[in-house]
Design a protein around this ligand. Sequence first.
Ligand SMILES: Nc1nc2c(ncn2[C@@H]2O[C@H](COP(=O)(O)OP(=O)(O)OP(=O)(O)O)[C@@H](O)[C@H]2O)c(=O)[nH]1
Ligand SMILES: [Mg+2]
Length: 389
Amino acid sequence: TSVNSFIKEQEQTMSKPGDKSEQGLDLEPPVRMEEEKEVMEVEERVVEVEHPLPCLSESDTQGIIKGRALFGYVGIEAVLDQMRRKTMKAGFEFNIMVVGQSGLGKSTLVNTLFKSKVSRKSCTPNYEEQISKTVHLQSVSHIIEEKGVKMKLTVIDTPGFGDQINNENCWEPIVQYVNEQYEKYLKEELNVNRKKRIPDSRVHGCVYFLPATGHWLRPIDVEFMRRLGKIVSIVPVIAKADTLTLEERLEFKQRIRQDLQANGIRVYPQKEYDEDAEDRILNDKIRENIPFAVVGTDKEHQVNGNKVLGRKTKWGIIEVENVAHCEFAHLRDLLIRSHLQDLKDVTHNIHYETYRVKRLNESNANGLALSPLTLENGTLEKSDAESHL
Ligand SMILES: Nc1nc2c(ncn2[C@@H]2O[C@H](COP(=O)(O)OP(=O)(O)OP(=O)(O)O)[C@@H](O)[C@H]2O)c(=O)[nH]1
Ligand SMILES: [Mg+2]
């Protein structure tokens, strides 16, 4: 690279006897513009860092500055390579959950996600060819490898709610599952002989399915999202968006955004977690476009000689990955391409941290051991929470 060649050039220049640089004078102007820029940057940084040293006199610091400037390249940026290599070796885990009323296409979307560009090559054919009603919480995992980077993507499919006459507390199994994963992680962390890498089953993002009613948010969705939003990052989507006209879709999206705000529901990405102006600009665009109107399928069709994921209707094929047809690609890109690390960070730094503090405070109040996890309805978690402590 240009940096390496620059170092070589530097070494050659320095070894020449009687050279200007050996005498501590300024370096010869580098041949290429690119390298010139690098030298300038390094020199600038060194001056900035070295000047405030209180214990050294002006003449001392000048010596250091010249010394550093002589060698020029410090090599700090190599840490990025080290980090990349480590991450590539270890791989990483990413867990998404789909939640919403029964029949909205959650299981179909899980399949769409795995069959789409995320992992089309490695798609498992034996995962429920015919999608049937989901009755148990189940997770599907894929190891996706791209350019040497390994990711274990797990999607947790949940049974839809809304079938019972009384849907009170229908969020409980979901809330319980999310909390159980935090509890597992916490126990591992508190373990005396804890693992070098704690397996991470925490839910990094929860895709919440809203029915394409074209009206407002339903009380059940408000209640569900309000509770879930406190413990996990929610990404709301409009399900079966092919049932809405373009105007209906636009209006419905606007209404939902208003409703979310009016009800104080916190959805991802949240304004208060934007780290800088650049983040804010990027996330504002997403916030203006939320909830994504998605269409799911697990079937492929031929369009202009290409195989595409789509839904065949009497009047044509809805291409799921075509942004002109629906916003599935936006959802996939948000989850996998642009915000994966941020979702993991928010989960660890905000949601898990809140849980951890709450649990440790509880255990401090009760004595040394971590008390058994109390579920929302006041019952206790079945597993023995103290066994690891
Ligand atoms: N029109 C349309 N139909 C869809 C879409 N996605 C799924 N479906 C259909 O909706 C029906 C239900 O889909 P599922 O994926 O089983 O729905 P679910 O949300 O998993 O349902 P539960 O498991 O009961 O919670 C199936 O017949 C799907 O083919 C979509 O985007 N548009
Ligand atoms: Mg299902």
